[in-house]
Design a protein around this ligand. Structure first.
Ligand code: SF4
Length: 377
């Protein structure tokens, strides 16, 4: 008999949890489901759910967003990007253009796209113009970019790639002195492409329980139960609570396409720094389509606060699960979805935006009392 979300919740409440347990997810889709379904508040008080590095827009380097803005403004190109990137602010004074959205308002030809296919179509329809595809994303977004390159793209299409692997960020967290969690909900989509085995290191190297989860509350609660039970029994293993889509080995053809079109590289994560082998770059075979080779680097030497987070923004701590979104001092004050300061309030996968959309309006830094109570409107 298939268990329902209520069944899993009841099973979790029956577990003899004696100490606080922190479970991290590393997927914006997971965080959205957890928040919207009210799972955080439905769990025993001893279980803390932490949103980890699950938002590619949030960690996209400020320098890459700046480069995309400058290309759109000064290189006479059509710049295409996933819609989430358009409102991400960079560190420029308020008098200057600070986002792709503002660049568009200033006359730059910037077009949102939902897929690489749309970028190819725009290049085909505009053969006399250069089209730059600013592609920021994790493995699930990067794999279609690799497929696009291998299928063959128009000569006038160039890729400004800001692709990242998810697992190295988790490895970095676990290798730090203060690992931020006791159990991991591994991302379903990433595992569908790359295979669940990518998360074995969590169990084998760190003896931390892990379970791959889908996006419905029933799958998330099953994964949470698995992780908690593994902890109680002291027998960590990598569970797959999303067997409908996640298969051993992942998607071999997508992985082969990534291997053929892209190379691994050390990569910068906004506000966090360089994480070894966490990024993708175009292989030399596709150098003629690499926007980083084709166009000059517009970043000015000495540009103030280049690469840094905006003043007061604690997105890096939010992304690493070190604080909850509403523990940022400016959450809900100067930073709201209407006027976002940091990228986590811009993207649909950003924890701050998700918490705001889920009705969390209190800023936990206001008082100790508030910090212990999440107000859901
Ligand atoms: S509230 Fe705004 S500034 Fe603070 S961490 Fe979130 S996005 Fe960044």
């Amino acid at each position: 008999m298939m268990l329902t979300a209520q069944d899993w919740l009841a099973k979790i409440h029956m577990l003899p949890l004696k100490r606080r347990v922190r479970i991290m997810n590393v997927c914006g889709g997971h965080e959205r489901s957890i928040t919207m379904a009210g799972i955080r508040n439905a769990l025993p008080k001893t279980v803390e759910l932490i949103a980890g590095p699950g938002c590619p827009v949030c960690i996209c380097p400020e320098e890459d967003v700046y480069q995309a803005i400058q290309l759109a403004l000064h290189a006479d190109v059509i710049l295409v990007a996933f819609g989430d990137m358009l409102r991400v602010p960079v560190n420029m004074s308020k008098r200057e253009v600070r986002s792709l959205e503002q660049a568009k308002a200033n006359g730059a030809d910037i077009r949102p796209v939902a897929s690489p296919r749309e970028a190819v179509k725009i290049a085909q329809e505009n053969p006399l113009r250069s089209v730059v595809f600013f592609a920021a994303g994790f493995e699930t977004t990067t794999a279609p970019v690799a497929a696009m390159l291998l299928e063959g793209v128009p000569d006038n299409l160039f890729v400004l790639l800001s692709g990242r692997r998810t697992w190295p960020a988790v490895a970095m967290l676990l290798d730090s002195d203060t690992p931020a969690f006791d159990g991991l909900i591994a991302p379903g989509h990433v595992s569908t492409v790359m295979g669940p085995e990518e998360w074995l290191f969590v169990v084998e190297k760190h003896s931390i329980p892990a379970a791959v989860s889908g996006f419905m509350p029933v799958s998330l609660l099953a994964a949470m139960y698995s992780v908690l039970r593994q902890l109680l029994e002291g027998k960590p293993f990598l569970d797959n609570c999303y067997p409908e889509l996640v298969r051993p080995g992942g998607n071999p053809s997508a992985k082969a396409q990534i291997a053929q079109a892209l190379n691994d590289a050390d990569a910068n994560w906004r506000g966090i720094g360089v994480i070894p082998a966490s990024g993708f770059v175009l292989s030399p075979r596709f150098g003629s389509h690499d926007a980083r080779i084709r166009f000059p680097d517009f970043d000015l030497a000495g540009r103030k606060r280049a690469g840094q987070m905006p003043h007061g923004c604690e997105c890096a701590s939010v992304v690493l699960g070190k604080i909850n979104p509403n523990q940022c001092k400016i959450y809900g004050r100067s930073c709201t979805p209407k006027s976002p300061i940091g990228p986590c309030m811009v993207s649909d996968e950003g924890a701050c935006r998700i918490w705001w959309a889920g009705g969390v309006r209190n800023n936990a830094t206001v008082s100790t009392e508030d910090a212990q109570t999440f107000v859901v409107e």
